[in-house]
Design a protein around this ligand. Sequence first.
Ligand code: GLC
Length: 676
Amino acid sequence: MSISLPRGLTFFCFSPYRRTSPRAHTMTRRHRRQLRLLCAALSLAAPLHATHASPDDAAVLQAWPTRAPARDAALEARVEAALKTLTVRQKVGQITQPEIRTITPDEVREYAIGTVLNGGGGWPGMDRAASPAQWRALSDQFQAAAQQATPGIPLLWGTDAVHGHNNVRGATIFPHNIALGATRDAELVRDIGRATARAVRATGVHWAFAPTLAVVQDVRWGRTYESYGADPALVRRLGQAAVEGLQDGLKDGRGVLATAKHFIADGGTRRGIDQGVSSSTPAELAQVHGAGYLGALDAGVLTVMASFSSWTNSADYVQHGKMHGNKTLMTDLLKQRLAFDGLIVSDWDGIGQLPGCKNDDCPDAINAGIDIVMVPFHWKTFHANTLRAVEDGRIPMARLDDAVRRILRVKFSMAVPSAVPATMDALQAPDLARRAVRESLVLLKHRPGLLPLKPTARLLVVGAAADSLPHQAGGWSVTWQGRDTTNADFPQGTTLLAALRQRLGTAQVTFDADASRHDPKQFDAVIAVLAETPYAEGEGDVRLTENLRHSRRHPQDAAVLQRVAGRGTPVVTLLYSGRPLYVNDLANKSDAFIAAWQPGTEGAGLTDVLIAPADGRPWAGFQGRLSFPWPAGPCQFSTHEARPWWPIGGGLSGKETLVNTRPLPEPADPAPICPL
Ligand code: GLC
């Protein structure tokens, strides 16, 4: 907020950006008390506007390029004409986004609601087995209700289709973005976007809350796997491809709205704490955390989601606070300097985290630039509070009109009726997903000549995750956390174990989950599958008292490997994980060690690389290369470590004849308390 005061005094009196620089503490206690009294007196004297200007605005904006607006006159005319037909109450309905479990079609009509979402673990009728036809039927009901309330203005349904249409049982689930980053294959990412859009449209949904464009700085973050990597240029290239794929065919009912998220610097928070504070200079904000957004804008992305996180300018210690209230970055930068004409959606109850705000009441967030408010549960009181805020001027009508104009522009930029049939077939893309798995695997250790295994090999498969689709798919898979699911929730999926048995025959493949019942010496090779327990968002954060040592966080994996290692039979270890982890002790017990990320439903993509081609075709080897550095120690959380085990770009093809297979160093203390 700002008032007409000398800039310095304004800043000290009213800036919500508390100055945290050393300079701020040179004042004596008496001076500070005097200043507070002066500020209190002045605050009664001048009108406050929630403009949230901060003293470093110019420096922040000037770190970015400028982009020219590209308006379509016919579209703008249609938008203006529709805007004129709406009452204030209907306009507030357009900016209100409830979750499908808390609103009925009748209420959509009664409140003239313009958009809904299903969150992770939100399904029609709260039935996780709901068919595409059932999704489509509910969508049609919402749409019909919206058309009755505001004829000619469609309703939009948004969903987290972040690795396929992952909320729907039976849909093909692709590897998460961390795996796609290892492929570096923009064409593949674009094709996955198209396939995901087709699946989403089949269910009558219009909007995918993807891609995440985070450039992760600390892999303790529970959303590391949603990122393409730690290289801004790679994130930009793949993020642009994802948007192009998702939005391809938008105007003919095949494509869906993409979402550049989470704006901005969600992956830069201190210690990787989800929804925490990201500190960077204006240049780093633009060049590192902004890279993905410039690519998405080039691809014509039509929606952006605000980040739960906060930003501090590390060049001058100005704390800009929560992104959901940051007018400088959402409006002055994104909408004006970068000429973004689409809409900004808040995150799940994100407005409630702003100072002085509640989940159902936050004019400041809307005045800062939020156009649609994701208010999953308290949407009725939000609707009433916001209508009141417009009527009493706390939200200027011009701001509400701008938000609705943006919403209408997005709605009229796409064909709302889906051109995709509501069949399960439309949600299938197994060959594409299998290719993604093949291209994403990264070989970190290999005894030359071990891989590929012969089709005649007798295999002992150990590790419970070898036969677990929940572990293979990771978070955001049927449920939000990707837990409390079983293989039955993925009827279309193939575990690694099943894929091996399909490829080699059941007789050749023995499964012993905890490796307690068989002697490895009876087999030609052991395949060990280790895995992180699936997680999403902050629930996946590595806590400050923990470290990256996988065997400490999953001791059962270490025990399994201990039982099969060093018994004269080679061990091929695969790790399902959402982030790079410290695995020296586990790699030392393996003859080959593979980062498999979270491969999704197509386990055959794993056997395609592990087993030599049946028809004598040349083996393609391992094509994946790391998009994050791989840690050499349990405390190497940063993606800028000087001496990782492998750097970004690292990985073996499996065809090398000379490879350093010396044991990796293991620290004396297996569980150090890492420096904060
Ligand atoms: C979540 C996530 C966001 C997601 C939204 C809707 O909290 O932060 O990525 O799109 O809510 O599920």
